[in-house]
Design a protein around this ligand. Sequence first.
Ligand code: GLY
Ligand code: MN
Ligand code: MN
Length: 431
Amino acid sequence: MPTPHAARRARLLSALGDAVAVLPTAPEAVRNADNFYPYRPDSHFLYLTGFAEPEAVLVLDGRSGKSILFCRDKNPDMEIWEGFRHGPQAAAEAFGFDEAYPIAELDARMLELLSGCGRLCWSLGRDAKFDARVNGWLDSLRQRAYHRAPAPSCYGDVHALLDEMRLIKDDSEIALLRRAGEISAAGHVQAMRATRPGLHEYQIEAEILHAFVSRGARQPSYESIVAGGANACTLHYCANNGLLRDGEMLLIDAGCELEGYAGDITRSFPINGRFSGPQRDVYEVVLAAQAAAIAALGPKVPWNASGDAALAVLAQGMLDLGLLRGSVDGVIESGAYRQFYMHGIGHLIGLDVHDVGARKRNGLWRAYQPGMCVTVEPGLYIRPADGVPAALHNIGVRIEDDVLITEQGCEVYTGGVPKQIDQIEALMNEN
Ligand code: GLY
Ligand code: MN
Ligand code: MN
């Protein structure tokens, strides 16, 4: 049985035909002096290898069908400082590569590998330094081609193939996404339990991170948004330094990253554990919009159906709440609803929190297929403005879950954190 990564390499190799593909992992990012930001491998590279060390390049040779890794050599001196390195031989054995070589040999070996190869695919345009390196190989090969085999004359973007593959999650990805969803939900539960007036947003952020890290998910999949009161109306708020006030709501948008896979959950709830009338009114609209969006998800359904279903509920809610006047169709057609709901219904999720994959083909919405994972995250953000009822000012509500499209319909796999009003109040008032 091939590992999931080997199976993915085999699929990509067969799609490559007789081309050679070169996939570097992400470079390390210097923070300052000799300190680095936490290392995160390139998602395409991780998808194909499972190999998480920096300074590595995967080469897939469509002519021989071989997977070849270039990685850092063993280095006992550096390993004293920085920890374990596989080195090529152990990496080949542990990760199932046909061949593996020191990264220092990349240039010389690529000239051999590409000599006589007609077509070269790489992630053109992603990393200028790597592009320059590939250009250097091509230049050398062209100079040598007079005496030897020709240089590649056809260049392809390997991203398009990988984006398409990653659109449909395989079983091992689904297992990791489910676990990332469970851990993310646990973070939200811990945060809800800890929330009370008088704390600061960062204290709740600490609860979330504690829940993630203590379950083995060492980092969030994006900066956590912990937004009390009016801060919830800033979509990507992440200062997380405000005071939590009695009578206001808290919006938390946070998810963990587990073995590269992202969770992404939002919950909105009253800081004192009891919804006021206006908070409840707004919340129920968003909850109903999310339910309508999830009900519209399933295989063969066009991508826009779920967002359209949510928008109809939100627009009706805006009219009922006195935020807008007119008809549902009218406020949708004019775009007036965007004053209170200015983002889309969600996105693909996987190795990247906003995952790769084209949602349209030839300008038309594609249909959902089993194995796709998406978020469903409607919201209402009510900034003070003329004509906006004062009781609703500064209420920001978003409710977000992660959903797997199945053969039968769909499955919400982040349900471990409550979102019904009575469940939230019960959790927050437990002692
Ligand atoms: N947290 C990012 C998003 O919800 O899309
Ligand atoms: Mn999201
Ligand atoms: Mn989110």
